[in-house]
Design a protein around this ligand. Structure first.
Ligand code: CAO
Length: 433
């Protein structure tokens, strides 16, 4: 015959007649070791009485509202075949950390003889499983708190429907359901963890027009928001002297009869810098414990289209010449503007370039295109007086803004990377070294 044990209220410190606020199981329920059976609540806090061993609940000796003290019977459990747990000797039953010495529990019943433990009912006063009664806000039982923790719910955001505003398991479930359903912004207690911007009726201040967001803009908005929230960004800026590059670019454009913009030169230089600093061509594994270093070099570039921002990817940049890159960038940019890019054209990037040089403006802070770890912002080159040690020279200076994921890249590495890139762009001969 299976063994049964009587579960009793453990040492709960200097508390008596503590009300039962929740009965978490019913007869016939199977419970695991440490599964909470009932929840008690003093005027200060709550605690669960756990099952001492796995088994089936035969009987519940309490109901909500009953008052209990240490030693009160909670339930009778039929254990899972194993011998009944040994009854702790009196000296093994420690007072709870908060219980003063005077409140030490009375000696536990004597340990039953082996013959007695084979079957029938044995009494098991539990050692306290947690620090006895804990000061705890918000008002919820440990089982509910554990449940909320498992779901990532911040209990401070859950409204309690129980007595005195106590948060129940159902309150947590309702909160999660509410936040998972519906298209609206989620409660800041879940996921993004940021407070909502309050809705404003702008029409009260003047005429307005509402315009639905294009599909691409909605997709890129979600992606950018995710990247912004997940990646600790730092932006390192510098300027490259591209006076020589520009002369070469113009001459080659004319000679090749090809529209060579700056972008393919920058792309090529980035591929060389990525080879020199491989951590810039990596991604953090989702567990955040390992770095995945890529042995290929695919570089995306942001293209501004009427439908929103897209990032087509040029594959194997390290293996292609600048003229080939120029053709490919022009072809991808044209398809982007016609809305003809395929999903594959935008996949597999290692690093991104966002060039606003054709438009104007100075340094900016591009958002890392996660799971990539860095992005280069390129602004409009302008002629500036640069001191050569003897006099000011007019030089064409290109502003560069390197944003990076500080979890992966140190500030010193970012400075080295951008300095290296500047050298490559300043003197294109270095690309072949
Ligand atoms: N400095 C000075 N002039 C520049 C320059 C720079 N950094 N970059 C480009 N130019 C010049 C080009 O040489 C070209 O001049 P010409 O017509 O006289 O030859 C002109 O500006 C237009 O260039 P472009 O922008 O069409 O070509 P590109 O290859 O440099 O860029 C593309 C292509 C797709 C990157 C670009 O058209 C584009 O869409 N940029 C916007 C990217 C963007 O939106 N980024 C923000 C993302 S985050 O919101």
């Amino acid at each position: 015959m299976a063994k049964e044990v009587e579960v009793r209220v453990p040492d709960i410190g200097d508390y008596h007649d503590v009300p039962v606020i929740d009965v978490l199981v019913k007869p016939g329920d199977r419970v695991e070791k440490e599964a909470p059976l009932v929840t008690l609540e003093s005027d200060k806090a709550t605690m669960d009485v756990p099952a001492p061993e796995p088994g089936v609940v035969k009987r519940i000796a309490l109901k909500v509202g009953d008052k209990v003290s240490q030693g009160s019977t909670v339930a009778v459990l039929e254990l899972d075949g194993a011998p009944a747990p040994a009854v702790p000797a009196p000296q093994e039953t420690k007072p709870s950390p908060q219980a003063p010495a005077a409140a030490a529990p009375p000696p536990a019943p004597p340990a039953p003889k082996p013959a007695d433990t084979n079957e029938g009912l044995s009494s098991v006063p539990l050692p306290p499983s947690e620090p006895a009664l804990r000061e705890a806000l918000p008002h919820a039982s440990p089982a509910v708190r554990k449940f909320a923790r498992e779901l990532g719910v911040d209990l401070r955001r859950v409204a309690g429907s129980g007595p005195r505003g106590r948060i129940t398991r159902e309150d947590v479930q309702t909160f999660v359901k509410k936040n998972l359903s519906g298209p609206g912004p989620r409660d800041p207690g879940l996921g993004e963890g940021i407070p909502k911007i309050p809705a404003v009726d702008f029409a009260q201040f003047g005429p307005v027009e509402t315009r639905p967001l294009a599909r691409i803009r909605k997709l890129s908005a979600a992606h950018l928001h995710r990247a912004w929230l997940n990646v600790p960004h730092v932006t390192q800026t510098d300027e490259a002297d591209i006076t020589e590059l520009e002369a070469f670019r113009k001459a080659q454009s004319a000679e090749l009869g090809l529209k060579l913009t700056l972008l393919p030169f920058i792309m090529k230089a980035v591929s060389v810098a990525l080879a020199a600093y491989p951590e810039f061509n990596s991604s953090l594994a989702p567990d955040g414990e390992t770095l995945i270093l890529k042995k290929y070099c695919h570089i995306g570039f942001a293209a501004d289209t009427d439908m929103g921002l897209v990032v087509p990817v040029v594959r194997d940049v390290d293996k292609k010449g600048i003229a080939a890159l120029a053709r490919e960038c022009a072809e991808l940019a044209a398809r982007a503007r016609e809305g003809k890019l395929k999903a594959e054209d935008m996949k597999g990037g290692c690093f991104s370039i966002s060039s606003l040089g054709g438009i104007g403006g100075g340094h900016f802070t591009p958002i890392v295109n996660a799971p990539e770890v860095a992005i280069l912002g390129v602004s409009r080159a302008t002629l500036k007086p640069v001191w050569d040690g003897g006099q000011f020279q007019p030089r064409l200076m290109l502003p560069l803004s390197l944003s990076y994921d500080h979890r992966v890249i140190d500030g010193a590495a970012a400075a080295r990377f951008i300095v290296h890139l500047v050298k490559l762009l300043t003197d294109l001969r270095r690309l072949s070294l």
